[in-house]
Design a protein. Structure first.
Length: 123
């Protein structure tokens, strides 16, 4: 093999690696939806439309759906950990606002694909 052959093989390997990495970080699973669980019930949302909203049961929390992702946009909790989590996009990702008893989770059509074993409901 000549020096040119090594360069061509190296370029092909680098491009292939970049393609694999980009598919991992920017993939979008079909059938993915957001589920918000709070003391007042469970609500599901499609991630297809961009939207900023609050839940009627708790207007102190603002959510944003953008580009197939969802996040806590604002919350009245003191530490704002839920807001700092940022946008969720992959099945199994979760963010929790403990003071407001609110859980935001990304799920797939098959609930087992999320890797969630148990939801605990506070009575």
């Amino acid at each position: 093999m000549t020096k040119k052959d090594f360069i061509i093989v190296g370029i092909i390997l680098i491009l292939g690696g970049l393609l694999l990495v980009s598919r991992y970080f920017f993939r979008r699973d079909d059938g993915v939806f957001a589920q918000i669980t709070c003391l007042f019930g469970v609500t599901t949302f499609s991630l297809d439309d961009d939207l900023i909203f609050t839940l009627p049961s708790n207007e102190n929390i603002v959510f944003e759906i953008r580009d197939g992702q969802i996040a806590f946009l604002e919350s009245d909790c003191p530490d704002k950990v839920c807001v700092h989590v940022g946008f969720l996009r992959r099945v199994g990702q979760m963010a929790v606002c403990l003071p407001n008893n609110t859980v935001l989770a990304i799920l797939g059509e098959d609930a087992d694909s999320a890797g969630i074993d148990l939801f605990v409901k506070n009575r």
